[in-house]
Design a protein around this ligand. Structure first.
Ligand code: RB5
Length: 152
């Protein structure tokens, strides 16, 4: 079965969400859109939770969240166990956060990154595989152990 990707935004990321979905749909990527569905003011953590839950429970291998900066979305999404959300605004970080961190959610800022670069950053993120290997797995195991230790 073909993978679908989770996407969500707040009002400040709404236009960029529409642009990214359109750009990547033309390249064959399929998304489930978790909202928001218009530019009315809303609260970014609510959309971060919807997308992060859907990735954490395995409905999607990867997700994209967009707000004004990408930072609020990453802070909120990283509260969900199993989520490694990265706020990214350049190609290199998009690539290496998949290769080395096995990031599973990309967070973009519509007020930071222009639409052309954001679309390509999203494509790099969705098409780059985790490099694996003992070095990176050990470090991710440490991250998971920290998460587990602090879960109440
Ligand atoms: C909304 O104005 C803005 O604060 C939000 O989109 C985001 O940038 C928070 O991190």
């Amino acid at each position: 079965m073909k993978a679908t990707y989770a996407i969500g935004s707040d009002h400040a990321g709404f236009s960029l969400k529409e642009i990214i979905v359109k750009y990547l749909a033309q390249k064959g990527f399929e998304f489930v859109d978790y909202g928001t569905f218009d530019a009315a003011s809303c609260h970014y953590p609510e959309y971060a939770e919807k997308v992060a839950d859907a990735v954490a429970d395995g409905r999607h291998p990867l997700g994209i969240l967009i707000c004004g900066t990408g930072v609020g979305m990453s802070i909120a999404a990283n509260k969900i166990p199993g989520i490694r959300a990265a706020a990214v605004s350049d190609y290199f970080s998009a690539k290496y956060t998949r290769l080395h961190n096995d990031a599973n959610i990309l967070c973009l800022g519509e007020r930071i990154t222009g639409p052309g670069a954001a679309c390509e950053i999203a494509e790099i993120f969705l098409t780059t595989l985790f490099e694996g290997g003992e070095r990176h797995r050990t470090r991710l195991d440490i991250v998971s152990a920290i998460e587990k230790k602090h879960l109440k």
